[in-house]
Design a protein around this ligand. Structure first.
Ligand code: FAD
Length: 286
């Protein structure tokens, strides 16, 4: 997981330099071996299904769940089944043959922050196998406003200084604009006040946010099933993804890897000419 540092300008405006990725759920998943044992007991003992749950090699629960789904398709629980010791070959075969639907049986929920609105705008284009909840710029006021500095600005003193000045200015503009809108709301502007009381603050925020730049931070919770996660990593951590997004893609990959190492074992990290990382696989979009 990645917990980036939060920096502040001389005027106290908060900003981050890299994406934070936190695996929220599940943290300690378990597979229901007892339930499977009870299910398998109902078949002819000659089939040898009872050995399935007594496999001496335990693999992570998420992987076991995917493996069970694949093996259920062919009732491969008996003597000729693929044992857990051969899990890597089993999952490689699934990836190679494009039998990716079994990967949809496990999902992972990530908190992603330290990412700009321009990048989350790209991420929310993923629809299939993905759930999204993102900070509302209409509901949340300027008290939580933070910004994200692009990699290109961080090592260039002039661009870095420009960034600091820009976010100071944006922060001030946002608050000044909010104040002016609030005054007009109180003095009866119809566009700003003709609504239920609960909507009034939103009416100010939704107009004030017009001055926020693309480098405004936009915290987001995203849940992906493993098939969708692979697709997102392949698109967002590829060499053709842009640097800020690619850093996120790499971090998603590195956070998920210990939990589903066999499902991602075909991914290799390559170093591009500019020294940044990208993920490469021969089995895209399983
Ligand atoms: C390098 C790069 C550059 C890009 N440039 C642009 C750009 O200039 N302009 C722009 O608008 N977008 C751009 N995009 C966004 C891109 O077009 C996709 O919208 C985004 O990456 C989501 O991926 P996806 O379409 O695979 O959808 P996902 O929701 O991730 O879907 C996964 C897969 O499910 C299937 N699927 C999902 N929904 C449907 C459906 N409705 N019908 C049929 N099959 C479906 C597809 O096979 C799809 O690939 C860019 C993306 C990348 C990575």
């Amino acid at each position: 997981m990645f917990f980036p540092e939060v920096f502040h300008t001389d005027e106290g405006v908060a900003y981050l330099k890299e994406p934070g990725v936190v695996l929220l759920y599940p943290l300690n998943p378990q597979f229901n071996y007892d339930g499977v044992r009870t299910f398998l007991k109902g078949f002819d003992p000659k089939l040898g299904f009872d050995r399935y749950v007594d496999d001496p090699t335990r693999i992570p629960a998420a992987e076991q769940n995917v493996k069970f789904a694949g093996q259920l398709c062919y009732m491969s629980f008996g003597r000729n089944r693929t044992i857990n010791d051969q899990a890597k070959q089993y999952f490689d075969h699934i990836k190679e043959s494009g039998h990716g639907s079994v990967l949809e049986h496990v999902s992972f929920s990530f908190l992603i922050y330290g990412l700009s609105r321009s990048q989350t705008h790209e991420l929310v284009r993923h629809r299939s196998g993905v759930a999204i909840s993102q900070v509302s710029q209409r509901y949340v006021s300027g008290s939580c406003l933070r910004f994200v500095e692009r990699p290109e600005f961080q090592s260039d003193p002039e661009l870095h200084n420009d960034f600091l000045k820009r976010i100071n200015r944006t922060y001030r503009t946002y608050h000044e604009l909010g104040q002016k809108l609030l005054e007009r709301q109180r003095s009866g502007s119809l566009l700003l006040s003709a609504e239920q009381k609960t909507g009034l603050r939103k009416k100010v925020n939704q107009a004030a946010r017009a001055c926020l730049t693309n480098e405004t931070e936009a915290p987001i919770q995203m849940t992906f099933n493993a098939r969708a996660l692979r697709h997102v990593i392949e698109q967002r951590a590829s060499g053709s993804a842009e640097t800020e997004t690619r850093r996120l893609g790499i971090r998603l990959f590195k956070t998920a890897l210990p939990v589903i190492s066999n499902l991602l074992s075909d991914y290799n990290i390559i170093i591009l000419e500019d020294g940044t990382e990208a993920v490469f696989t021969k089995w895209r979009k399983v």
